[in-house]
Design a protein around this ligand. Sequence first.
Ligand SMILES: Cc1ncc(COP(=O)(O)O)c(C=O)c1O
Length: 400
Amino acid sequence: MSLTKMPTAGTPYVFSDMFHAKIGLFQSDRVFSKFGDILKEYLNVENLLFINSGTTANYIIYKVLKQLRQRADQVEIILPAYTAPSLLLPIEAEGLTPVLVDIDPITFNLDTTNVAEKLNSKTLAVMPVHMFGLPCEVESLLKLTDGSDIFILEDGASALGTTVNNRHIGTTAPFGFYSLNRGKNVSTLAGGIIVWKNDDYSELFQQYVNELTTLPALAQFIMFLKFVGLSLAVRPFPYTLMSPIVSKFKYTTLHSHFDSFKYTTMQAALGVNLWKRIDFLTNQRVKNGLSLSGIFQNRPGYRIATIPEGANVAFNQFPVIVENLETRKLLINRLFDAGIETTTLYDHPLHHIFPELSESGNDPYSNATYLAEHLLLFPPHAQIGSRIISKIQEVIDTVG
Ligand SMILES: Cc1ncc(COP(=O)(O)O)c(C=O)c1O
């Protein structure tokens, strides 16, 4: 039994992060351009804006797509049946309709070969989601919709840092977004990034972001205090002590609402400092993912996603399908006793949470259902080192 617990997620913050965040409270808007320039160079994109969350980023992209669409009855958004349920909120807020596609059991991501049959004159956009940090194939979707009035937007919320042939995911399609929320690959407590290719849309994006409210000074200060709390809570020792309090801040219920407001200077200043360590933070996720792959690859009773050729995967969580649900339960408990917290994330696919999204038939998205029910997620963040990986190996070896 281990006395300290390793949290499931968390950017390891250092003292200078707190210092820069605090200074950021008093900085001018110029810090947005500074962080923006760093990210433009990092992602190799021309156009980018920050907002308060990945959800708001997604919401603003829908607003822009509605302005750009050819016909008012283009309302359908195609997305995978297993993904973050919160993705339905901006779809609903913009009066759009979600259309689900099953996931591919080999990649754990949207099955791109099933998209064609869902396209019709009402389709506004297809949204491949790069789940767990794993890259979803985007090029075939671009080819499929080439010459049509259907847009492709990439959800890179949990995959910031993943590249395929040295190109960042989220930057292949005309539109993409990322999340800087707690628990994501790099976090400024919360935050979202929108990227788009065509300069002609820049004014429209800027206009929607300008319309958002600025958080009052007191709310920004409270946000800073929350960041200080988070920076302690993601370290194993304080996490263990604070665990009863931290559990209250974990998302356990479905979101039914989202707020949209401007990104803050505190967060941008923190981001500038965090990006000095971006290669370390990302490489650790890649390295830990490869070590975890080594543990589960070809092990009977377990399945892991196939990593596409040329991909460098910055895992947000390392997903494993555990065929036997009793084994999964046992593993969760044994790993917990060894000080390693795992998660099962969303226990249900979208069409089970919202049955109205289900087409007729037994289970139209059975791969998504199986993934949701058998998934076990291992933490690959930068605080996980070889000692924890060996402990995981030991537990898996004893459970079998
Ligand atoms: C795949 C995916 N997309 C979008 C989001 C929304 O991002 P945010 O939490 O920053 O609103 C999340 C958050 O959990 C996510 O996992």
